[in-house]
Write a new protein. Structure first.
Length: 236
């Protein structure tokens, strides 16, 4: 290889590293924004759910707490030398996936208990307003993160984006349950939404664990072992 070719190759590598680091900063910023919202959302949802006796609202708050942990994982993943580490990507991917599985058993058990006991949650305006806020904020963050994930080839980042989108879907379902209970006394919708939260969390957790759906259009050039990160996994 000639001196000119070596210089071009080194220049390209430096450019790729700089581009990756810019994307990493964006990923961290989005995760910090998510963490701020999830802290407020989780605290308000759990408090309002306890007051109203709403399993779905409590489950929604716990989901917010778990998403907040996922944001911390992504912040860790894209800080310092870990930006260029396939090992850090693999660990982050698994940590994000595990957090989906943490949520499901509690919400499923409590929802089943509420259905069997006929527990009737109270009306909650706070919960309704919170669900509306999540419907607006979460899709914006989720889509932005999934776009960055496709550019850097990060299954962990895409998993966090999926959690944000899941939060938006669950906010819509939660809103249906809360309004149904408030308007027509359909108390059972609350527990039904709780079961939906649990089932979707398991499905998303399995996909996140496998790195399913992660775009690998422009995988980080510095990761020699990138294919081991799970992002480009071809396992079923």
């Amino acid at each position: 290889m000639s001196a000119v070719e070596i210089a071009i190759e080194r220049g390209t590598a430096r450019h790729d590293r700089a581009a990756l680091e810019r994307l990493a900063r964006r990923a961290r910023l989005l995760s910090w924004l998510s963490l701020a919202w999830m802290t407020v959302e989780g605290a308000v949802a759990i408090a309002a759910g306890i007051v109203a006796g709403s399993i779905a609202l409590i489950g929604f708050g716990l989901d917010s707490a778990i998403e907040g942990l996922a944001s911390l994982v992504i912040i860790w993943r894209f800080t310092g030398s870990r930006i260029h580490s396939a090992v850090a990507e693999d660990r982050a991917q698994k940590l994000v996936a595990i957090q989906f599985f943490v949520l499901a058993p509690y919400v499923a058990a409590e929802s089943g208990r509420a259905l069997l006991s006929g527990n009737r949650p109270d009306e909650t305006l706070v919960g309704i307003l919170l669900a509306c806020g999540s419907l607006v904020i979460m899709p914006v963050l989720g889509i932005a993160k999934q776009r960055i994930a496709e550019q850097v080839g990060s299954a962990a980042t895409r998993g966090e984006g999926r959690q944000n989108m899941l939060c938006a879907y669950l906010a819509a379902a939660l809103l249906v349950g809360l309004l149904g209970n408030a308007w027509v006394g359909a108390w059972w919708l609350d527990a039904a939404v709780g079961l939906l939260i649990a089932s979707v969390a398991v499905k998303e957790g399995r996909q996140a664990w496998r790195g399913a759906g992660c775009g690998c259009v422009s995988a980080p050039p510095d990761l020699a072992a990138h294919e081991k990160s799970g992002c480009c996994s071809t396992s079923p």
